[in-house]
Design a protein around this ligand. Structure first.
Ligand SMILES: C[S@@+](CC[C@H](N)C(=O)[O-])C[C@H]1O[C@@H](n2cnc3c(N)ncnc32)[C@H](O)[C@@H]1O
Length: 245
């Protein structure tokens, strides 16, 4: 199943949850603050911009934002909120597509590098970010740390959420370095909806090597957008790579 099958009209139609979850001000606020700082007065390019959760409010803060996005239904949702003059978007693959212009910031958030299912595509994504950046520009990624330490021998699943009406768990294939996220939501008593997404998980160290291969140096790594220290127990990281001057 390809990414464009996953990010279909139904999923796009219920992606936005204004004010809650990933759209909550306490999630978006620190993300936007940090992206404004990293853009450093220049233009930004969002890889996999989706429905514009981050790109639209970043543009509203005065940063010129362009996007690259694979899914037409996700882009249609963005277009219902912002026109092409406000947030131009190229329909295409973030590993290979070209957006016009030169950028001081390329960003790829919400674990989306892992939507590229091979190491070669992930490396190409780093190279594509590098090509779009002016000298001294930055590529920032937000990514979860694989939860392999939670897998005892013989077990391949980790439950990451179990609340009233919703169960989410990941199944790992540690040989192929892949995981599938399963989201079960109860719509009505006895009626459930299942959404699956497919990922290639990667450690920060492998990501750093991809950065080096593409020509970047690692500038910083934090546990979150507000700058908390990254530790052995951090569930995710925000990593900033810099194209040399
Ligand atoms: C989790 S959503 C993130 C959307 C947005 N960045 C956000 O933070 O809300 C993942 C997005 O990645 C897009 N996507 C997946 N693979 C892609 C690829 N190879 N190139 C461009 N977009 C891709 C999907 O269509 C979807 O819109």
């Amino acid at each position: 199943m390809g990414q464009d099958d996953v990010w279909n009209t139904e999923v796009a139609g219920r992606y936005d949850t204004p004010g809650v979850g990933m759209f909550a001000p306490e999630v978006l606020g620190p993300t936007l603050d940090r992206l404004v700082e990293l853009a450093d007065g220049g233009a930004a390019l969002e890889f996999a911009i989706g429905t514009g959760r981050v790109g639209i409010p970043l543009a509203e803060r005065g940063v010129p934002v362009t996007g690259i996005e694979l899914s037409e239904p996700m882009l249609a949702r963005l277009r219902a909120k912002a026109d092409a003059a406000t947030v131009p978007v190229v329909l295409g693959d973030m590993a290979t597509a070209t957006a016009p212009g030169e950028f001081s910031l390329v960003y790829l958030v919400y674990n989306t590098i892992s939507n590229l299912l091979t190491q070669a595509e992930q490396v190409e994504c780093f190279r594509n970010a590098f090509r779009h950046l002016r000298p001294g520009g930055r590529f920032v990624l937000e990514l979860g740390v694989p939860e392999l330490r939670k897998l005892p021998p013989g077990q391949d699943a980790v439950v990451f959420a179990h609340t009233e009406g919703y169960t989410g768990y990941d199944t790992y294939d540690v040989v192929a370095q892949r995981l599938t996220s399963h989201h079960y939501r109860e719509l009505a008593p006895g009626e459930h909806r299942l959404l699956r997404s497919h990922h290639r998980f990667l450690w920060p160290a492998e990501m750093d090597l991809m950065g080096l291969v593409a020509g970047f140096t690692l500038e910083s790594r934090h546990a979150d957008w507000a700058g908390a220290a990254f530790t052995a127990d951090s569930p995710s990281h925000v990593s900033v790579y810099r194209r040399p001057d």
